[in-house]
Write a protein that binds this ligand. Structure first.
Ligand code: AP5
Length: 214
């Protein structure tokens, strides 16, 4: 099963991807997470991406495209994958199609997470992330058992630099500027499924379970 996740920042793509990944044993490939790891490791890619990621702007296509191509050619993607955060625009979608054609595979689902903007702001401004393993929490919606400590690895939690109100607004604007042509691109292929993401993760997971069965 080859899945791409579409939807605004904070709609809950990463949260649901973790659940789908466990249930179907598919690798969860988050371009945002790969970029943050590169920023942390101070790689050349990380140095170029950092100012853009922190402002909520998209990183140039040429930087992310090679990163995704190389990840998709790894062995664990042979039985499927969940792409979270890529593609972000129609150009990236075309590149992805070409890359998948080379690997002789095609996409099955473009899951489009929909969520009202006020809920997105609430979710992103309260998000906390583990410095060590990248697990996501929310100070009210999904708090860790011990304050600021990851339940999974005991790592310290932090607030992403792009989760400030100003940057969240910019990310939402960037999303609005690029989302519709991308969704239309996949609608023409008949693989878009809207997912109402303003519910509890468990409820959304049930809906996804039904959808992915078909
Ligand atoms: P990326 O990391 O992809 O960020 P994003 O798209 O802005 O999405 P988020 O991870 O913020 O949101 P999400 O939908 O995964 O929400 P989550 O599940 O965490 O990208 C970051 C940056 O990298 C970009 O701005 C760009 O600069 C760059 N980049 C990445 N890919 C790129 C590309 N292809 N091209 C160019 N640049 C690229 O949930 C959010 C919060 O809500 C959490 O706290 C969670 O606990 C909570 N929550 C989630 N679901 C629920 C729920 N159902 N109920 C209650 N709370 C919930």
């Amino acid at each position: 099963m080859n899945i791409v996740l579409l939807g605004a920042p904070g709609a809950g793509k990463g949260t649901q991807a973790v659940l789908i990944s466990k249930k179907y044993n598919l690798p969860h490939i988050s371009t945002g997470q790969i970029l943050r790891e590169n920023i942390k490791a101070n790689t050349e890619l990380g140095k170029k991406a950092q100012p853009l990621v922190e402002k909520g702007e998209l990183v140039p296509d040429e930087l992310v495209v090679d990163m995704v191509k190389s990840r998709l050619s790894e062995d664990d993607c042979k039985n499927g994958f969940i792409l979270d955060g890529f593609p972000r625009n129609s150009k990236q979608a075309e590149v992805l199609d070409n890359c998948l054609a080379d690997l002789n595979i095609s996409l099955n689902y473009a899951l489009n997470f929909t969520c009202p903007p006020d809920l997105i702001v609430q979710r992103l401004s309260g998000r906390r992330v583990c410095k060590e393993c990248g697990a996501n929490y929310h100070i009210e919606n999904m708090p860790p058992k011990a304050e600021n400590i990851c339940d999974l690895c005991n790592g310290q939690l932090y607030q992403r630099k792009d989760d400030t109100i100003e940057t969240i607004k910019n990310r939402l604007q960037v999303y609005q500027d690029t989302a519709l042509p991308l969704i239309d691109y996949y609608k023409q292929k008949g693989i878009v499924y809207d997912v109402a993401a303003d519910k509890d993760p468990e409820q959304i997971d049930l809906v996804l379970g039904q959808l992915l069965k078909n």
